[in-house]
Ligand binder design. Sequence first.
Ligand code: B12
Length: 473
Amino acid sequence: MKRVLLVNTNIERAPYPVPPLGLCMLATVLSDRFEVKIYDGVFDEGNCLVALVQQFNPDFIGFSIRNIDDVVMDRLIFYIDDILEKFIRPVMKITGVPVILGGSGFSIFPGELMDMTGADFGIVGEAEAILPVLLERIQNCQDTADIPSVITSKKSGIQMGTGFSFSQPVPSRFPEIDRWIDFTPYQNKGVYSIQTKRGCAHGCIYCTYPLIEGRKFRARAPSDIAEEIEQAHHRLGYVTFEFVDSTFNDPKGHAESICREIIRRNLKVKLRTMGINPRHASDELFELMLQAGFIQIDATPDSASPRMLESLFKGFTLPDIEKLALLIRKYNMPTMWFFLFGGPGEDESTFKETLDFIDAFINPADLVYMNAGLRIYPGTALYRIAKKEGRIHAGQSVFQPPAYYYSDQLSKDHLDHLIRQASLKRHHCMPALETAPSPAMISQAIELRKINNLDEPMFRTLLRIRAKQRERE
Ligand code: B12
């Protein structure tokens, strides 16, 4: 049996370490025909990788590239230098076996990453159906040019979105993540990731999700999802499950069915999710989520200005967001809210509309994350707008340095000032740069949780401390 080594190059551990679900999926699919190992770099950062390559002696090596940068304009962490230095170059120095790239970050910038790394092949988007075919062809020295989504080093420079097919059903067989990697370090600090569907049918102008996963929702059967959660819960005991879908409650009814299946099985699990679509939020959804075990959600409306919601093409309205906020308060669902300022047409009055919404509707016990500047990605409507407005020129790479969009009507400095002012007046509003709490604050929060036996999400405890600090100032 030929051997395949799959390498997770993600060393980002903030806001928490995330297990390499996609690589575990690929390992599961390949394991029928290959001997497969995963090297997980999250905690080891490449230190033992070369030794593993020497010992395992793989015939193929796949590198997963998830993050390119941190999307925080004033921090600008660029992950690729570390990925090259700690993972790809040391391995390519000691072996000449075919190197294949993939992952969500890679899928946004395939041409740039093929060029930078000198890899032999890349796969854009999901790879369960494609990777086995590619490996088979390479093994048999056959041509690979006709395999959709595959890029070879000679073909690099390919544009996202051309010739890729997202028509495959989502695999029903999902991996036991802890079978492939050491899950111990994730158990307390991290989460167990669950994907309930692929694709995103929304058209938010800046977003890459439809490009990475396709534009149609392709849902898994709720019984398969609940079964996966039940099995992982039995194996691991204490762990929080997190849904990694673009939006959890789309298409309408899917999230409700998943919750019902979890409730029917009487699973005593902790759940959280990102991406609740305000349009499809309802009493029924919240009641089911609470019963199923949700302890926390993210709400990501980006704006609460009617004009900006249209400009960003969010597909929902201010009344939809107000309804969501009321539901969150009614059911006291701990929530992290995310707003993104500076899109086309943002000005002081639209900024104020969002602030007014925050003041009127958001529970001050909940965190409001305020980010400024929209990362411009290739293949998105924002890229086309930026080009039309002459901010980027035809063919310009927005990979490194990353390009950001700021509205003409509100300069970056002024927007930063408005966000700073808003957060000074509101203890629960945080500029993107300040979201990492100090070690002293974390120790204080741990102490407070112990003394008061608090079982709330950590961000709520941290906000209590911040509110007290603000009262004293
Ligand atoms: C869920 C999610 C989160 C959750 C993670 C929760 C969790 N439990 O995992 C949260 C909110 C915490 C998060 C945080 C961040 N995220 Co995020 N996240 C996502 C999201 C929506 C899905 C990722 C996922 O799990 N997909 C499901 C799995 C099954 O798919 P997959 O891993 O991609 O694998 C498939 C393919 O990619 C491919 N593949 C994967 N590896 C390989 C390897 C080879 C060799 C091959 C051939 C194929 C292949 O096959 C797999 C199976 O089909 C993506 C966007 C997207 N739609 O992909 C953004 C995304 C990955 N995140 C992104 C970013 C930037 C971040 C943060 C850095 C943001 C920040 N400043 O905090 C952090 C980093 C966190 C960390 N520790 O790494 C960016 C990365 C692009 C960029 N600019 O760098 C993305 C693409 C969103 C975007 N802006 O476009 N994120």
